[in-house]
Design a protein around this ligand. Structure first.
Ligand SMILES: [Fe+2]
Ligand SMILES: [Fe+2]
Length: 135
C-alpha cells in the first residue's frame, strides 16, 4: 500500500517538475514499502541512495531554472532544498553505519516535507514560470 498517492492538486503547472515530483512520490513509497516489508539492509540502503540521488537531481533542475530566470525567492527556496538533502544524507549515513531504525516517523517526515514543499514552496514558482513560457 503506498504511503501517499499523487493527485492533481499537487501539480505546480510545470510539466517537467510535475513528472519529477511524481517520481519522488514513487521513491518515497518504495522506501516505505521496503521498510514495511522489513527488506534487507541492502535493499533499504539502495532505496535510500536512489531517493537521495533523485532528490539532488530534481533540486538542481529547479534551482537551475530559477537562476536562469532570476526567480526572486531563489535563496529561501534553495535553503529548504539544502535542509532536506542534509536530512536524507543524515538518514543514509545512519543507515550505512548500521542503524536500522528507519521508522514510520521518518517516512511521515519525508512525506509531509515533500507535500508541504510542493504545495507551498514549489507552487509559488508555477505562475512565475508560466509567465515566462515554461509549462
Ligand atoms: Fe523545490
Ligand atoms: Fe520540487
Amino acid at each position: 500500500m503506498p504511503l501517499f498517492n499523487w493527485s492533481d492538486k499537487y501539480s505546480v503547472g510545470v510539466y517537467m517538475f510535475d513528472t519529477q515530483h511524481k517520481r519522488l512520490v514513487d521513491l518515497i513509497n518504495d522506501l516505505h514499502d521496503a521498510m514495511r516489508a522489513a527488506k534487507g539492509r541492502e535493499v533499504l540502503g539502495d532505496t535510500l541512495k536512489g531517493l537521495l540521488d533523485y532528490t539532488r537531481m530534481h533540486f538542481a533542475d529547479e534551482e537551475r531554472q530559477m537562476t536562469t530566470f532570476s526567480y526572486p525567492d531563489y535563496s529561501a527556496h534553495k535553503v529548504e532544498h539544502e535542509r532536506l538533502v542534509a536530512k536524507v544524507v543524515e538518514l543514509k549515513g545512519k543507515h550505512d553505519a548500521g542503524d536500522n531504525t528507519i521508522t514510520i516517523e521518518t517516512m511521515n517526515f519525508l512525506k509531509d516535507w515533500l507535500i508541504n514543499h510542493i504545495l507551498v514552496t514549489d507552487k509559488k514558482y508555477g505562475q512565475f514560470f508560466k509567465d515566462r513560457g515554461i509549462v
